[in-house]
Design a protein around this ligand. Structure first.
Ligand code: HEC
Ligand code: HEC
Ligand code: HEC
Ligand code: HEC
Length: 393
């Protein structure tokens, strides 16, 4: 063989092998079911590294003193956090500022210092300055929303442990340093029925809501709000549709749409929660499916009891194209991770958000001494009383 042929043979071989090497990436796989049933989650190490970067948790603030005056007594208008010591209260105010409005500061929620014309005053960096004498004011909608958010966060941590476990959530789980969380949803704009073609049933459009599959994009409206109890089922138990048999073609398509959302929001595939031999069978599903079942019910409650009722509190520019309030889904917390923030608990450093507490009444001012009782030492003499006798030397 001529040296030229030999050389080009080696060259072609190198090219092929390098092609093969380049086509592979290092991966990590996690096994969710018995060996051999294909219930694995395979991710490239690059994807995993990106997830670790995206889910870094901010350092906790140093602990504050838990004794001392209660917030309900220390301040004027505290309705949810009254049971905290003023130290814990101030620490939490600082924390929520870094979680929700790190650039805007206290003035995102608290009324600003105003100039002679009533316009907010700004510091040299252009940020509005909060009026420290007016922190009790509920003038800004953001403060009124935040008060409800405090209650929502405590409800999640206190009542939804079947889903969030002891890991729990803080404002950061959803907000990640933004006043408006990155992942919220609104009702879709209904498509007008057209003669001949009819309505498209909200499907076949590229919607991120269903992982870009050609499935209906209105499954959140159907399954993530309102009805607290409805189970999501696709298999008919009887031949004809009736009240118990809700599995229509439409609801089946919407179910698959929701399942695409759940998979993409957790960054997993269907076998993270199902054994694909039978999607419906609970006894062969991994326990993650039970956790997800509670998650669906939790999200419904958050939307129904907390987020939708804030509709009238938001300014118009916060509402969706059809005028509805912003709502949560699985991605609002999970953001591509199987557990939000990869399972790191921020709640353990902020136990003040662990559960709702009944609010103590303000301590009443000390009662005036009953008539005729000797006045406490050093107390000013009651009006009209005889001046104290001069001390005899
Ligand atoms: C994301 C919104 C938000 C931010 C940012 C915020 N606060 Fe608050 N603040 C609230 C809410 C809500 C209340 C009322 C809590 C309640 O009713 O239990 C409150 C109440 C207060 C009160 C009690 C006032 C009174 O007399 O009733 C003080 C003091 C306070 N905040 C200080 C601060 C300081 C200082 C900062 C900045 C470091 C800050 N807050 C940032 C939402 C916020
Ligand atoms: C389950 C997710 C979730 C958690 C936890 C959460 N929020 Fe929110 N928050 C939302 C959603 C959704 C909205 C609506 C977005 C909008 O206002 O457009 C919102 C809106 C807000 C707004 C109004 C922002 C604006 O300008 O419209 C404030 C302020 C706020 N949250 C504060 C907080 C605070 C403080 C906490 C923690 C005590 C908290 N949130 C916890 C989901 C969450
Ligand atoms: C995070 C867990 C999770 C993931 C991921 C997931 N599912 Fe589900 N799936 C559930 C839960 C929970 C239910 C039951 C919902 C309910 O009753 O509210 C369910 C129900 C179903 C049903 C209805 C079964 C019946 O009883 O009729 C089908 C079909 C289904 N899923 C298919 C899929 C497909 C396909 C995928 C992947 C695209 C997927 N699922 C991904 C948790 C998951
Ligand atoms: C309020 C924030 C929040 C929302 C919204 C939320 N989750 Fe979660 N989820 C969590 C937290 C926190 C955990 C971690 C619990 C733990 O440490 O085991 C978790 C854990 C899970 C797990 C268990 C993962 C595992 O490997 O053990 C599944 C599955 C899950 N969520 C599915 C869902 C689905 C599906 C939705 C939407 C229907 C949803 N979640 C909405 C906060 C949330």
């Amino acid at each position: 063989m001529s040296p030229f042929l030999k050389a080009s043979g080696v060259f072609v071989a190198l090219l092929l092998t390098s092609g093969v090497v380049l086509a592979f990436e290092r991966t990590s796989s996690f096994q969710m079911g018995h060996p051999g049933v294909g219930m694995d989650l395979v991710q490239t190490n690059k994807e995993l590294e990106a997830k670790v970067q995206a889910n870094k948790v901010p350092a906790a603030l140093p602990a504050a003193s838990s004794d001392g005056q209660l917030a309900v007594d220390a301040y004027k208008n505290v309705q949810v956090l009254g049971h905290l010591s003023s130290g814990d209260f101030t620490r939490l105010m600082t924390a929520i500022t870094t979680w929700v409005a790190p650039e805007q500061g206290c003035a995102y929620c608290h009324a600003p210092v105003k100039d002679a014309n009533g316009n907010p005053e700004k510091d040299e960096d252009g940020y509005i300055i909060a009026d420290t004498n007016n922190l009790h004011s509920d003038e800004l909608y953001a403060k009124r929303v935040a008060r409800r958010m405090l209650q929502m966060t405590m409800q999640i941590n206190g009542e939804w442990q079947p889903h969030v476990k002891a890991t729990g959530v803080t404002c950061y789980t959803c907000h990640r340093g933004n006043p408006v969380p990155q992942y919220i949803w609104f009702n879709g704009t209904p498509v007008e029925g057209r003669p001949m073609i009819g309505s498209n049933g909200s499907q076949n459009g590229p919607s991120l809501k269903v992982g870009l599959a050609s499935l209906p994009s209105d499954s959140f409206e159907t399954y993530l709000r309102g009805d607290a109890t409805a189970n999501i089922r696709v298999i008919s138990k009887s031949a004809l549709p009736d009240e118990a048999n809700v599995a229509t073609v439409k609801s089946t398509e919407q179910t698959y749409g929701l399942m695409m959302h759940m998979s993409t929001s957790l960054g997993v595939n269907c076998t993270y929660c199902h054994n694909s031999r039978s999607m419906a069978e609970w006894s062969t599903s991994p326990p993650t499916r039970n956790t997800a079942w509670y998650g669906i019910r939790m999200v419904r409650e958050l939307n129904r009891e907390y987020l939708e009722p804030l509709h009238d509190t938001y300014p118009a520019n916060r509402l969706g194209p059809t005028g509805d309030a912003p709502k949560a889904n699985c991605t609002t917390c999970h953001q591509g991770a199987f557990k939000p923030l990869l399972g790191v608990s921020m709640l353990k450093d902020y136990q003040v958000l662990a559960a709702a507490k009944t609010q103590p009444a303000k301590t009443p001012p000390p009662e005036p001494a009953p008539e005729g009782a000797p006045a406490p030492e050093g107390a000013p003499a009651p009006e009209g009383a005889a001046p104290p006798a001069p001390a005899t030397p």
